[in-house]
Design a protein around this ligand. Structure first.
Ligand SMILES: [Mg+2]
Length: 173
């Protein structure tokens, strides 16, 4: 199996079919923050994001923001979205993925990670064996250290496109 290949690929967090995820047995959603939920430069949640998270709560999903950003940045999201947060997640390292899985006591088949980066979100999620969902980044402005990941990502995407298993803009679930 290719650890860089997402199980699901959608345009944005708003085009994911969450009912279908429910049918697959997913109960817990780990959301990357920057360029997945909001642009990296944004300081707080948008109304659209609030509505989505409210809807997910209604559908009985456990929603956790799982971000490599520092705790301070996540505070306002935790408060306004009323969700649990894991800061400094250290993606793609397995350590905090495994910690969350143990802490919340979910089966691997019940958890999905949703993120915009193949090298951190998708690779990290595939390594621990949870469902991985890639979306297109909201903006092309990244945190400084993300640039190196984007460079590797470009190469991985080119390889997968050549293999016929992934193409930017060809969505699937
Ligand atoms: Mg991101």
């Amino acid at each position: 199996m290719n650890n860089f290949h997402p199980d699901i690929y959608q345009k944005s967090i708003y085009s994911i079919d969450y009912n279908k995820l429910k049918e697959r047995g997913i109960k817990c959603l780990l959301f990357d923050l920057d360029n997945t939920c909001i642009p990296y430069k944004e300081k707080g949640p948008t109304d659209k994001l609030k509505k989505l998270f409210f809807k997910l709560e209604e559908k009985n999903f456990k929603v956790i923001i799982f971000s490599n950003s520092p705790r301070k940045r996540l505070e306002v999201f935790k408060k306004e979205l009323n969700v649990d947060c894991c800061a400094k997640a250290g993606k793609p390292r397995k350590k905090n993925f495994l910690k969350i899985i143990k802490l919340y006591d979910y089966d691997l088949s019940e958890i999905a990670i949703i993120g915009d980066q193949i090298v951190t979100d998708i690779y990290g999620g595939n390594r621990v064996g949870i469902t991985t969902i890639l979306i297109n980044p909201i903006s092309n402005i990244d945190m400084p250290f993300t640039k190196i990941y984007r460079y590797i990502e470009k190469k991985k995407i080119a390889k997968m496109t050549k293999q016929g298993i992934f193409k930017v803009g060809n969505y699937y679930d």
